[in-house]
Each structure stands twice: as C-alpha cells, then as structure tokens.
Design a protein around this ligand. Structure first.
Ligand code: SF4
Length: 260
C-alpha cells in the first residue's frame, strides 16, 4: 500500500493549510491597507452616524482600538466589486450612469468647508429606461450598497429613511452639494440600489431630496469641524460604555479612557 499524505492535516501550530493561506491573505491585505493614507476630512457617507464624538475620532484619524481585520477588508472590497457589477447590470437594463466625470476622469464628488467635508458619489444617472419615463427625471444621484440578507430585508420593509438613516443623510448631502456641479440633481429623486449579498436579490428605491435633512447634516458637520479646531472633545452619545452604539464603536476603549 502506498503511503498517503494528508495535505490538509493540522500542523504543529494548530493551523490547517487553509488557516495558513488565509493568514497570508489577511496579512497582505492589512499591510496594503496600512500603506494607504487615511482621509483627513469628514466624509458625507459617515455624517449620519449618531455619535458626534465617533465622527470626531474618524475626522481626526484617531487610531481605532483594533485595526481592520483581513475579513473586514475583504468585505469592503467585495462591496466595491459588487457595486461595479451592479452598475453593469443597470447599464445593460438601459440606464446610463457615469461613475466618473468624463471631464476629469475622477469619480464624481464634492468638497466643502475648505476641503474638510467631502463626498464621493457612486454615479450620476443620465438616462433611465423608457418604461420609467416620464416619472423619473435625470440627472440624478445613483448610490449602491451591498447588505447581508437581514439588513437588506429591513431596508426593503422600512425604506431608507427608517432602516438606514446614515444612507439617507449621505444621499441628501450628495443631492445638496452636487447641485453646483450637476444642475438639477437636487430636484430629481436619487436612485438607491441595494444588493442582497446572500441571495443576489436587488432592491431599488427612489429618494426625493430632503433639504431639511441635508441642512441639519451640514450644520452638524460645521459644528464638528469647529469643535475639533477649538480642541473641544464632543459629548458621548451614551453614558453607558456597553450601550448598543458603544459596543460596536471602533473607538470604545479610546473614548471611555478619556476623562470628558
Ligand atoms: S464609544 Fe460610544 S460614546 Fe464613545 S465615541 Fe464610540 S459611540 Fe461615541
């Protein structure tokens, strides 16, 4: 009988070859991520986050308690890949959506408050299939998200404003601030497309411009920027470090070590 070798056996370190390969993948992803420059501005995609102090940590590039794991970085990348594929599906269905500004070759975006508030838009919708006309007008913002089944179902059931207020703020800010570059974009509902990562179901929601929401978020951004420039630490959202918000916060340890 020939001696068979178990290529998938657990090694002396307790790892299977699969574990070893994944560690190599994750190490490479984490090293790559560490080389990337963090953003030194408040991102419109985050401004709907409920805790002002967490936003302040993000803006000041305060180190997270733990670096992103390889798995988290893979989830981010899969989201980008899925966004690209979803854009192709929509293009194939008769939409015309530009993800980059043909004039500059850059992604569409805006910069306000001397560059301290910025947003980058997934796309500008220039044309919709005939069957959606004339109700749906362009130009309009296109925003794409990928969600797990539970989160996606909640969005479908409740709509973006209730289910994903952070996205609602992001879209309202894009509509407000992109108006200067793309006239008319604030008058037309944005299209939010959300892909269920588990089932590949797709949900679309047209989101009319909410000027009050955009204004509130914009005022909040100014408040956070001014407080940070004045060296002020903004209040916590909760007095309980084990609250829902704090348990999932990237700065939980940092925050609760502070005296204020
Ligand atoms: S730990 Fe809680 S209070 Fe502190 S920044 Fe995070 S969410 Fe805000």
């Amino acid at each position: 009988m020939p001696v068979t070798h178990d290529f998938n056996a657990v090694s002396s370190t307790g790892d299977t070859p699969s574990d070893t390969i994944n560690k190599l993948i994750d190490d490479a992803l984490q090293q790559d991520h560490a080389l990337k420059l963090g953003r030194d501005y408040l991102g419109a995609s985050r401004l709907g986050e409920p805790c002002a102090r967490a936003l302040q940590y993000d803006y000041t590039q305060t180190s997270r308690d733990k670096p992103f794991t390889g798995q988290t970085l893979r989830i981010f990348e899969m989201g980008h890949m899925l966004e690209k594929r979803t854009w192709q599906w929509l293009q194939g269905a008769g939409f015309v959506i530009d993800t980059h500004d043909p004039a500059t070759g850059e992604v569409y975006g805006f910069s306000a408050a001397q560059g301290q508030l910025q947003g980058h838009v997934d796309g500008i919708m220039w044309q919709v299939p005939e069957s959606l006309e004339p109700a749906i007008k362009v130009p309009a913002i296109w925003e794409c998200k990928s969600l797990n089944a539970k989160s996606w179902k909640h969005l479908v059931d409740k709509g973006v404003k209730v289910s994903k207020p952070v996205y609602a703020v992001q879209i309202a800010l894009y509509q407000a601030y992109m108006e200067e570059l793309i006239p008319g974009v604030s008058q037309n509902p944005a299209l939010l497309t959300a892909v269920n990562k588990d089932t590949s179901e797709i949900y679309h929601e047209f989101v009319p411009f909410d000027a009050a929401l955009a204004q509130t978020a914009s005022d909040r951004a100014v408040h956070i920027l001014r407080a940070t420039q004045a060296g002020e630490t903004l209040p916590r959202i909760s007095q309980d470090p084990d609250s829902f918000y704090c348990r999932f916060c990237d700065w939980q340890n940092t925050c609760w070590k502070e005296i204020v």
